[in-house]
Design a protein around this ligand. Structure first.
Ligand SMILES: [Zn+2]
Ligand SMILES: [Zn+2]
Length: 293
């Protein structure tokens, strides 16, 4: 018997059927890919990274409830969340490291020697102290003198950041809403001390910074450079993407720049995974003007 093609969906449709609720990020990345084929490879890599993060994040338990009543120190970039409070399952973390390295390698953003070094780290018995050191050391103030860091160190930090994201973003979801942030005016993340990676301009025209580590958001002055705290608006160069959805704030003091999604029209929240790919052309424009991320 031959199946009637009318009752059997075409094979490609079966394969494409999303694994139940496909996340908004993945949907938006697919749309972005169709609209801008130049960004297809970057979008595909991001979809795979999101998939790996999601599978692990679904297993991360709620962080400890002893967090209530805690106020971050408003004078210093000290994270409210202590390293030992992050609910890390170390075998899941090792899995995240291996999968992150596999994905970066497959999309040719990792040299073979770096790939092998990172795979070795996933097997290393010292991994817990490597991650603890990273958590303490890559807090915003230390990062400001980024010129002293070697390319290997930068790369390792990037992989650790991606591999820690399921654990840290679970903490941000559960704990950030419980922090009292009305007095928090610092440019580092009040939860984990991370540096901002992106910004969101909300419908009230406020600027929120988005943490590169836990993806938590907090309000920050709309003009001040979050990397050197330069407040002189004549020393901040701002420009937008062609469609006006994204904005860059480039600092003429420290030469670093911050990208933002302009959500004043209320169309959607910022989606870090989508927005970082959609703004790759803006990165190129900023770098061409002599700024660095
Ligand atoms: Zn954070
Ligand atoms: Zn600056």
């Amino acid at each position: 018997m031959v199946n009637s093609p009318k009752t059997d969906p075409p094979a490609d449709r079966r394969l494409e059927r999303p694994a139940r609720a496909e996340s908004r990020e993945v949907r938006e990345l697919r749309e972005l890919k169709n609209a801008q084929p130049d960004l297809a490879s970057a979008a595909d890599m991001q979809i795979e990274l999101l998939g790996a993060q999601r599978r692990v994040q679904a297993r991360v338990p709620l962080p400890s409830a002893a967090f209530d009543q805690r106020k971050p120190d408003h004078h210093e970039c000290r994270p409210a969340l202590q390293f030992k409070e992050i609910p890390i399952d170390w075998s899941d973390f090792r899995l995240m490291i291996r999968q992150t390295a596999d994905i970066l390698r497959r999309f040719e953003t990792l040299e073979l020697s770096d790939y092998e070094r990172i795979q070795g780290l996933a097997r290393d018995g010292q991994i817990e102290s490597v991650v603890a050191t990273w958590y303490e050391a890559s807090m915003a103030p230390a990062r400001r003198k980024s010129d002293t860091r070697s390319p290997e160190r930068e790369l390792l930090d990037q992989v650790l950041l991606l591999a820690m994201r399921p654990f840290l973003s679970r903490c941000a979801e559960a704990l950030l809403p419980r922090l009292e942030l009305s007095d928090w005016h610092l440019p580092c993340c009040p939860l984990c001390g991370g540096e901002p990676e992106f910004a969101f301009i909300n419908p009230a025209a406020e600027r929120l910074l988005i943490c590169g580590r836990c993806t938590g958001q907090w309000r920050f002055d709309p003009i001040t450079c979050p990397y050197c705290e330069n407040k002189d608006r004549n020393r901040i160069t701002s420009f937008t993407s062609r469609d006006g959805r994204y904005r860059i704030y480039a600092c003429d003091e420290c030469r670093r720049y911050l990208k933002a999604f302009d959500g004043r029209d209320g169309s959607r929240p910022a989606l870090l995974a989508v927005d970082s790919v959609a703004t790759l052309p803006l990165d190129a424009a900023a770098i061409q003007r002599g700024y660095q991320s």
